[in-house]
Design a protein around this ligand. Structure first.
Ligand code: MLT
Length: 317
């Protein structure tokens, strides 16, 4: 019988599939410092983003059959070291796309109506200064008819495109690896999906023509959006980053917001996670969430099912 450690927790759907295949899952949090030693008792490990499966841990636990990431990004796993040790890495690339896409729109809808700031001010001033706040937040705009620039037209980028098109936004996309994507929009109660082809454009064109930019690319060593790229954007544009911290330069973003070049931004990910900078946290023109893009009940269930099935298939090979 195989025994697996779920070090960052795992959805019940995954546990059920593994238990059904006779695989034991121990759900407990083992501290990073003693993980290498403790892993000797397990055949595999499941992590979310909190546990770092470093090269040293992998070296010390080279007996592991697999390392499973309940999610998309593999930046907390030393995949090179895993490959060298002959350990299979399993993840769930598609399961959370819609959940991330909805969060992008939660930020966008909130930003254009100043919900991020209104929610901060109403508890403080709403009782005594209702009329003042009404005036302050009355200059909102609509997303319909605006252009959304999607940087990265993979699974999540396409899920974002579907919602954007569904609410009447224009979509423009850039992706160095994708020239076109065909998205199918399901409309509840309508038997046929609406099929739309999106051709990608150069980055500069996407930046210049968009009212909002949203990023759906893997983490990178240096930021993809800096002052240079922001300089190409429309005055008063918005940015959403629910991809990885550091993909947008936080200092350049703050500078652009303070100069009024960028009107506002939504951030779900941060350069210094899990301790984002206070400058970012205190900026009133930012809509902030603590890396919850994939954290819906539905996405976690989909992740659990996909991961459970992949682990069972792998161990039965
Ligand atoms: C992912 O890569 O799956 C998401 O960013 C979720 C996460 O890391 O918590």
């Amino acid at each position: 019988m195989y025994t697996i450690l779920a070090n960052d927790g795992i959805d019940a759907s995954c546990k059920k599939i593994l238990a059904g295949a006779g695989i034991e899952v121990i759900e407990k949090k083992i501290a990073q410092e003693i993980l290498a030693v403790e892993l000797k008792k397990f055949d595999g490990i499941i992590v979310r983003s909190a546990t770092k499966v470093t090269g040293d841990i992998i070296k010390a636990a080279s007996h592991l059959k697999f390392i499973a990431r309940a999610g998309v990004g593999l930046d907390n796993i030393d995949t090179g070291a895993a490959k060298q040790a002959g350990i299979t890495v399993i993840n769930t690339p598609g399961a959370s796309s819609h959940s991330v896409a909805e969060l992008v729109f939660a930020h966008l809808f909130g930003l254009v109506r100043s919900l991020h700031d209104s929610n901060r001010q109403m508890p403080l001033e709403g009782e005594k200064n209702f009329a003042g706040l009404k005036k302050k937040y009355s200059g909102g705009t609509e997303l319909k008819g605006k252009t959304l620039g999607i940087i990265g037209l993979g699974r999540i980028g396409q899920a974002v495109a579907k919602i954007a098109l569904g609410i009447g936004m224009k979509v423009i996309a850039h992706d160095p690896f994708v020239t076109e994507a065909v998205v199918e929009i399901e409309i509840s109660g309508v038997p046929h999906n609406v099929v739309i082809k999106i051709n990608t454009v150069p980055m500069e064109e996407a930046l210049k023509k968009s009212d909002f930019i949203t990023l759906h690319i893997p983490g990178s060593k240096s930021p993809v959006i800096t002052s240079k790229e922001i300089g190409m954007m429309k005055d008063g544009a918005g940015i959403v980053n629910a991809a990885r911290g550091g993909v947008v330069s936080e200092s350049d973003l703050l500078d652009a917001i303070r100069k009024g070049k960028i009107a506002y931004a939504g951030l779900d990910v941060f350069e210094n996670e899990p301790a984002p900078s206070l400058n970012i946290l205190m900026e009133p023109n930012l809509s902030l969430t603590p890396h919850i893009g994939a954290a819906t009940a539905e996405a976690q269930e989909r992740i659990g099912i996909e991961l459970g099935e992949k682990i069972v298939a792998f161990l039965k090979k």
